[in-house]
Ligand binder design. Structure first.
Ligand code: GLY
Length: 376
C-alpha cells in the first residue's frame, strides 16, 4: 500500500477496536440502527441480519481473532429459525445469507453453510414472477396488502446469492433468474441520466410495468442515494458474474451520476434531488456502499475509467473516516455517524447504520488488497 493510503490502516485498526469492544454487548445479536449511542437489536428476520456477522467475518479474516469467528457462526445458526420459518422471509435472503453462510462456506468449506445458502437461494429464486421477469420484493407489510407486483432496486445486491448457487450446484437456473431480473432492472429502473427508481410496481398477472415509486427516496422522480449505491454495486457484481457488457455500461451510468452529484465532502445527501433544505441530511451508508462498489467497478475497468472510479471510492471512504467516524466517541457503538435509513417514514434518521459500517470496513479491506469479496 502506498503511503498516501496510510489512513486506511488507521481506519481499519479503529474499526477493529470498536467492533471488538461492541462484541461484549451485541454478541450474536442483530443490530440495525444506533440510537443514543446504542445499536438497537432486531429480530433475525429483519433484512439487516447479515451485516454484523458479515463485518465480523471481514475483521476476523485479517485479525485472526477467534471470538469474531465464533460470534459470526452463532449468528448464522440463529438464522436457521428464520430459514425454517420461511414465511417471514422476503427477497433480502441475498443480503442475509451471502454475508453469513456463503461467507462461511467460502472461508471454511462448511457443509452445513453450503446447504443453508442453497436453501436460501431456492426461496429467492421462487420469488421470480415469470410474466414480469422480476423478483418480488416483499410480503404484505399489513394484513390484506397486495404487493405481489413490487420489485425494488435493492434486490440487485441479492443476485450474487443466485450466481453463487449456480456456481456451486452446477445448475444454471439460478443464474438465469438473476439475469432475467437484472435485465428488468436495466429496462425499467435505470433512467437515462443514470438515476434510479427505488420501487417499480408491475401488474403481477400480465407483467406490465405500472409505475415507478419514490419508496425511501423523496419522490417518484427523485434520486435516493442508497438506491443508486445498491445499483452501482449490484450491477457491477452482475457484470462480474456474467461478463455481460450491458450490465457494465449500466453500472457506469449510475456511477457517473452518483459521482457527479456528490457534495464537497464527497458523502452523499440521502436523496440527490431532495429540496435544498433537506439535502444537508447525509446518508453515510450510501457513501460506503457506493465506495466499495466503485472500487470493484474500478477493478473491472481500464485506463481513465479505472482511475476515476478508484479515486471516487477512495475519496468517499477517506472523507467518511475523517469527517463521519465516531472514533473519538467511546459512548457510540456505531462506526459511522450520519446515516439515513428511511426519511419518508421518519425512522432512523442521522444515525449510525450497521450496513454503513459493514460497507465501510469492506471498502477499507478492498483498499488493503483483500478480495474476492463474499459477493463475488
Ligand atoms: N434495503 C432497504 C434499505 O436500503 O434501506
Amino acid at each position: 500500500m502506498n503511503t498516501e493510503l496510510s489512513w486506511v490502516n488507521e481506519a481499519w485498526d479503529k474499526s477493529l477496536e470498536k467492533t471488538l469492544h461492541n462484541t461484549a454487548r451485541i454478541g450474536s445479536g442483530f443490530p440495525h440502527a444506533s440510537q443514543n449511542g446504542v445499536y438497537q437489536l432486531e429480530a433475525p428476520n429483519w433484512w439487516t441480519a447479515g451485516f454484523w456477522p458479515g463485518m465480523l467475518w471481514l475483521l476476523y479474516q485479517e485479525s485472526g481473532q477467534e471470538q469474531l469467528k465464533a460470534l459470526a457462526e452463532e449468528c448464522e445458526v440463529k438464522l436457521d429459525e428464520v430459514l425454517d420459518g420461511f414465511e417471514r422471509l422476503d427477497h433480502d435472503l441475498g443480503f442475509m445469507w451471502t454475508l453469513t453462510s456463503v461467507a462461511n462456506y467460502k472461508l471454511h468449506g462448511n457443509e452445513a453453510s453450503r446447504v443453508r445458502a442453497l436453501k436460501a437461494a431456492n426461496y429467492l429464486a421462487a420469488r421470480f414472477n415469470l410474466r414480469g421477469q422480476y423478483i418480488r420484493a416483499w410480503n404484505p407489510w399489513t394484513e390484506g396488502e397486495r404487493n405481489e407486483g413490487v420489485a425494488i432496486i435493492d434486490c440487485c445486491m441479492n443476485m450474487p446469492l443466485l450466481f453463487w448457487a449456480s456456481h456451486v450446484s452446477g445448475d444454471p437456473r439460478y443464474a438465469h433468474v438473476a439475469e432475467a431480473h437484472t435485465d428488468t432492472v436495466l429496462k425499467h429502473f435505470i433512467r437515462a441520466d443514470g438515476s434510479v427508481y427505488h420501487i417499480v410496481n408491475f401488474d403481477p398477472h400480465t407483467g406490465e410495468m405500472l409505475e415507478g415509486l419514490g419508496g425511501q427516496g423523496y419522490a417518484p422522480e427523485s434520486a435516493w442515494s442508497r438506491g443508486a449505491a445498491w445499483a452501482i454495486y449490484g450491477l457491477t457484481l452482475a457484470y462480474h458474474h456474467t461478463g455481460k457488457d450491458d450490465y457494465y455500461q449500466a453500472a457506469k451510468r449510475v456511477a457517473n451520476f452518483f459521482l457527479s452529484r456528490l457534495p464537497e465532502d464527497s458523502v452523499p445527501a440521502w436523496d440527490f434531488r431532495a429540496p435544498d433544505e433537506l439535502r444537508n441530511l447525509r446518508d453515510s451508508s450510501a457513501g460506503s456502499c457506493a465506495a466499495s462498489g466503485l472500487l470493484l467497478l474500478a477493478d473491472k475497468s481500464e485506463g481513465g475509467d479505472a482511475d476515476v472510479y478508484r479515486a471516487g471510492g477512495e475519496r468517499i471512504l477517506k472523507s467518511l473516516y475523517e469527517n463521519y467516524g465516531a472514533w473519538d466517541v467511546p459512548a457510540e457503538e456505531g462506526l459511522l455517524l450520519h446515516g439515513t435509513s428511511n426519511y419518508p417514514q421518519g425512522t432512523n434518521i442521522d444515525v449510525p447504520l450497521i450496513y454503513g459500517d459493514f460497507f465501510f470496513v469492506e471498502g477499507l479491506a478492498r483498499l488493503k488488497g483483500w478480495g474476492p469479496s463474499y459477493w463475488e
